[in-house]
Design a protein around this ligand. Structure first.
Ligand code: ADP
Ligand code: TRP
Length: 323
């Protein structure tokens, strides 16, 4: 039987090349081989976006991004998380079998606490809603970036715990993380992230791409000095792009004879060549937002039908309904 692949991205800002190489590209590459559910995690986005009009905007933008990179709604069920309100019910049920100390160990929560942020309950419970997303559709594999690994482990633990208490119900999902990508660095050297303002936008203009690349920090080695490619953030981004000259570039780093200006110019060219066709497709798609909303609506109906079947079973098992 065909296996099920599921993943989502939050509509919290401009999609960037970290999202693409870490996660989104796999959604396109695998849609012929898996029963695929891809969604826009707008309930999750509410933990950080508190402006309704903005969230609507970001949601539509992300839907267009998905289509522009090549998600085919005939092969993939593309939908809004909130068109399946059953996930919040499942998350509630999972909450009742999850302990506070267990969730307190989640990295995202610990990081937010360490920064003395006022953590909202939604952020604390984020991994449980994510577990509900994953387990609801019986996902076998979940392609994500490395930073989401712990969340998939929490989904696995939650499935096992529920199955142990109420009987075999949920499949145990596997994370699918591209080893060669790991974490794409941002223009400040930290993880590229929508929330850090350090991104190279996947659909950015040529000028924006140039500006972002030029701002990546490097050391102060001169043109002729040998350089270590493995610690250079510009090289790390070069490596993401398929093609010819990465090995030649590595050799030039090691031997000396290439300056960071040239390395960055080459990277700008590479990125522009790679994103141009997707950018053009996106412009085309953006002309007809109604068609995009229709795709989401139809995807939502398909996803919801799955969720309702799953919830019938779950509600019966936990004793909410009488059979
Ligand atoms: P962001 O941190 O930019 O808000 P999301 O949390 O919405 O990104 O992540 C969407 C997907 O992209 C996730 O699977 C995540 O693991 C992946 N991802 C995000 N940033 C990176 C990065 N810098 N490198 C690799 N993958 C990433
Ligand atoms: N937490 C994920 C992120 O920040 C988004 C997400 C929500 C997700 N639910 C999911 C990813 C289920 C995979 C599966 O990127």
């Amino acid at each position: 039987m065909q296996k099920t692949l599921l993943s989502g991205v939050k509509p919290t800002g401009e999609a960037h090349i970290g999202n693409y190489f870490g996660a989104m590209r796999q959604f396109v590459d695998r849609q012929d081989d898996y029963r695929q559910f891809i969604f826009i995690a707008n309930y999750h986005a509410l933990t950080s976006v508190s402006d309704g009009a903005l969230l609507q905007n970001l949601t539509l933008e992300l839907a267009m991004d998905y289509l522009a990179i090549g998600i085919d709604p005939k092969k993939t069920t593309l939908f809004l998380q909130s068109d399946v309100p059953e996930v919040t019910e499942l998350a509630w049920i999972f909450n009742t079998i999850t302990t506070v100390p267990y969730l307190s160990r989640a990295h995202a929560f610990k990081d937010a606490e360490a920064k003395n942020k006022e953590v909202n309950v939604g952020l604390f419970d984020y991994p449980i809603l994510m577990a509900a997303d994953i387990l609801m559709y019986g996902a076998d594999i979940v392609p994500v970036g490395l930073d989401q690994k712990q969340h998939i482990e929490i989904a696995r633990d939650t499935a096992q715990k529920f199955n142990r208490i109420f009987g075999e119900t949920f499949k145990i999902p596997e994370a699918m993380i591209l080893e060669e990508v790991k974490t794409v660095p941002g223009t400040d050297g930290r993880k590229m992230s929508k929330s850090y303002g350090n991104v190279i936008g996947l659909f950015a203009s040529d000028e924006e791409i140039r500006k972002a690349v030029m701002s990546i920090p490097t050391d102060s080695k001169g043109v002729d000095e040998p350089k270590d490619p493995s610690v250079c953030k510009v090289f790390a981004i070069h490596e993401l792009f398929p093609g010819e000259n990465t090995e030649a570039l590595r050799a030039r780093y090691l031997s000396g004879g290439i300056g960071y200006k040239e390395v960055k110019d080459l990277l700008v060219e590479k990125i522009i060549a790679f994103v141009s066709p997707m950018r053009a497709r996106r412009e085309e798609i953006a002309r007809n937002p109604e068609a995009v909303l229709k795709i989401l609506r139809e995807g939502g109906e398909v996803a919801r039908a799955h969720a309702q079947r799953m919830m019938d079973d779950v509600r019966g098992k936990v004793g909410l309904t009488f059979k």
